[in-house]
Design a protein around this ligand. Structure first.
Ligand SMILES: CC(C)(COP(=O)(O)OP(=O)(O)OC[C@H]1O[C@@H](n2cnc3c(N)ncnc32)[C@H](O)[C@@H]1OP(=O)(O)O)[C@@H](O)C(=O)NCCC(=O)NCCS
Length: 174
């Protein structure tokens, strides 16, 4: 458990019974049109099979519930890349801008470093300024911009080619 700048909010491992709240927050992120190419939040089975069981976190406020989550996937099945993960971080619409994304990311970085993970990465839309600023503030660097990497399949920009920015954080510990 860790406590952050926002009073009373704790970060703990995600449980299966958190899924309805986690999925709702995922949906709110998708609805921004700036979070992901995903069209719909997956069901629990797809989420569970695509994200590693370790390092699934939720931020929770007592009496309020879950306000955000973070999770990771493997980037490769090759053993040499076992320490390289891709992550997602989502905060509920009503709770953004209060330090919860920071709290989740700080917890994720600490937990993954402790577990021997050396790089975490993400692909972010260049227009997603909150996400880019959040990550740059936590030691991520921009690797490069991938031009017209895929077409949007939802939202007002449906059918449009979009760029992503590949960001990564290389631990200093290993
Ligand atoms: C990106 C996201 C996770 C940030 O979470 P958050 O709880 O709102 O972020 P925080 O309050 O912890 O802010 C952390 C930093 O992010 C930046 N930031 C947050 N909101 C911002 C905004 N609206 N505009 C510009 N920068 C912003 C700031 O640098 C901030 O640091 P500061 O407080 O020192 O200024 C949240 O906006 C979100 O869930 N968005 C929808 C889903 C998404 O896009 N996820 C990322 C996919 S790559």
């Amino acid at each position: 458990m860790s406590r952050g700048a926002t009073p009373d909010i704790t970060v703990r491992p995600m449980r299966e019974d958190d899924w309805p709240a986690v999925r709702q927050i995922y949906r709110e992120g998708i609805a921004t049109g700036q979070a992901t190419f995903e069209v719909e939040a997956p069901d629990w089975n797809r989420f569970d099979s695509s994200r590693l069981a370790a390092h699934r976190l939720v931020a929770e406020a007592p009496g309020v519930g879950i306000l955000g989550w973070a999770a990771v996937s493997a980037v490769s099945a090759r053993p040499v890349y076992a320490g390289v993960l891709e992550h997602s971080v989502y905060v509920s619409e009503a709770a953004r801008g209060r330090g919860i994304g920071s709290l989740l990311l700080r917890s994720l970085i600490a937990a993954t470093e402790q577990d021997g993970i050396w790089t975490i990465q993400a692909s972010v839309f260049p227009e997603n300024e909150p996400s880019l600023r959040l990550h740059l503030a936590h030691g991520f660097r921009v690797v490069g911009r991938r031009e017209k990497i895929a077409r949007m399949a939802h939202g007002p920009e449906v059918g449009q080619w979009r760029d992503t920015v590949l960001i990564e954080r290389r631990t200093q510990v290993l």
